[in-house]
Design a protein around this ligand. Structure first.
Ligand SMILES: Nc1ncnc2c1ncn2[C@@H]1O[C@H](COP(=O)(O)OP(=O)(O)OP(=O)(O)O)[C@@H](O)[C@H]1O
Ligand SMILES: [Mg+2]
Length: 452
């Protein structure tokens, strides 16, 4: 933050002078006003970070100024100056929204402390107000927070595919929001009034997958005491979400293909086929191409599943979303204001934005949940996180040593790009040449590092 500006309001010139000298000594800049009227004028014209105002002044009291500030510039903390014996007035003022009060004669140590506290509060106010504003905007899709270009592409695809019945394959690392996207597609589709049925193929023993999906007749296998319908039938009219499709047993895959292609299924042990009407969305964090190469996944099924593919970008490729997501999860604070949520320090946010998030949004969600518990749910700071990397020692210290190779490389890459941009006067084509990469690659990297 640039030098903090303190507005000093007092009808007593000697007092204004004393406070101004003190402010300068403490490294702040100050502006003085002799009454409420000129104080409000200054507020309309200049950036002010903290106000110190006398309570009793001719032509308008400190309370009038306080009311004005609360209404027009609620982010600015107000410290009231009161003469000895009017402490009661100060207490009322605090109930009315003053940040703090100081009694005359003033004590230098006291002034220093109160101003520092007020400035810290001011910083938090504006940052958290900013976060709330940003979080409120969202992606326009329920449950999907974020505004990065990478996420905007996903949102665009969701909109397009919702109207159709085309099969969608959602790929991406763990915790990137694949299920959130699947639900969003269902909720925006014509099928939204029917069921969304999720089935996690990695959670079902392979010998039971077939009956889980297609159902079985009584006595089809040991333990099949009665006839049962499968998830394809349950989801009929709605959407079937096959999670971890990469784990589909190879023996089952021809049957899945048939269900997709001909919309026909057969309960295990039955010799009669049934017609089903499901929209299929599947997801995987495995590389299906590699699975096809090792012949554990059938290409014909793959092409049927991925009529449309949505690739969820990892969180580290859309770091801009971290502040939105953090604000969203901070609102789950058990205590405090449910609407605003817990607050987070700038340092902690920078730390989160710097981390590489191998577990993506889920990991962020868990980290914040934990931090909320450890912090008591009011103010979250760096020490409430345990991400296995050293937090920066100060907000400006982006060069804190790291032993994570991916992070270290990331940092070197970013620094090198910044140097090339400087060298090339920000001409991207020239910077790309210096770096020995294509312009396209440079654009991609700029976005990745939040430099575009
Ligand atoms: N963009 C987002 N906005 C808000 N919450 C999100 C977002 N993306 C993911 N989440 C949350 O993160 C968690 C993980 O998301 P989800 O279960 O959809 O991930 P996934 O990609 O299916 O992970 P996995 O591959 O491990 O199954 C969920 O609690 C989800 O609500
Ligand atoms: Mg999932």
């Amino acid at each position: 933050m640039s030098t903090a500006q303190i507005l000093i309001v007092d009808d007593d010139a000697a007092m204004r002078e004393t406070l101004a000298v003190l402010a300068r000594k403490l490294g702040y800049e100050s502006i003085a006003a002799a009454n409420v009227e000129s104080a409000t004028k200054i507020l309309g014209e200049r950036q002010v970070d903290v106000i110190i105002t006398d309570l009793r002044m001719p032509g308008g009291s400190g309370m009038d100024l306080l009311r004005h500030v609360r209404e027009h510039e609620p982010e600015i903390p107000v410290i009231l100056l009161t003469g000895f014996g009017t402490v009661e007035g100060a207490v009322t003022a605090i109930q009315d929204g003053a940040f703090d009060y100081l009694t005359k004669p003033i004590d230098i140590g006291e002034v220093k402390l109160r101003i520092a506290r007020a400035l810290e509060s001011r910083r938090m106010n504006s940052e958290n107000a900013y976060l709330r504003e940003e979080a409120a905007s969202g992606s326009g899709i329920e449950g999907l927070i974020g505004e990065s270009p990478a996420l905007a592409k996903v949102v665009d695809l969701i909109r397009k595919v919702s109207a159709s019945d085309a099969s969608v394959l959602i790929t991406g690392e763990t915790g990137t929001g694949k299920e959130v996207v699947a639900r969003a597609i269902h909720n925006r589709s014509e099928r939204r009034d029917r069921l969304f049925v999720p089935v996690n193929l990695s959670a079902i023993p392979s010998e039971l997958v077939e009956s889980e999906l297609f159902g079985h007749v009584r006595g089809a296998f040991t333990g099949a005491m009665r006839e049962r319908e499968g998830k394809f039938e349950v989801a009929s009219g709605g959407t079937l979400f096959l999670d971890e499709i990469g784990d589909a047993p190879i023996a089952l895959q021809p049957k899945l293909l048939r269900a997709l292609q001909d919309r026909l299924i057969e309960r295990v042990g039955a010799n009669q086929t049934r017609q089903v009407d499901v929209r299929l969305i599947s997801a995987t964090n495995r590389n299906l191409t590699a699975l096809m190469e090792s012949e554990t996944f059938r290409p014909d099924l793959y092409y049927r599943l991925r009529v449309i593919e949505i690739e969820m970008p990892p969180l580290r490729a859309r770091r801009e979303d971290i502040k939105f997501l953090a604000a969203h999860f901070l609102r789950r604070a058990p205590s405090g204001n449910a609407e605003q949520g817990a607050r987070i320090t700038r340092r902690a946010l920078a730390y989160l934005e710097d981390y590489h998030w191998p577990g993506n949004v889920r990991e962020l969600e868990n980290a914040i949940e934990r931090a909320l518990v450890l912090s008591g749910g009011e103010l979250v700071d760096v020490e409430h996180f345990d991400l296995g990397v050293k937090p920066p020692t100060s907000s400006g210290d982006a060069d804190a040593p790291t032993l994570r190779l991916d992070e270290a490389l990331d940092r070197i890459e970013k620094d090198t790009i910044l140097r090339a941009l400087e060298e090339s006067d920000d001409v991207k084509a020239r910077a790309a040449r210096i770096l020995g990469v294509s312009e396209r690659t440079l654009w991609y990297k700029l976005r990745k590092h939040g430099l575009s």
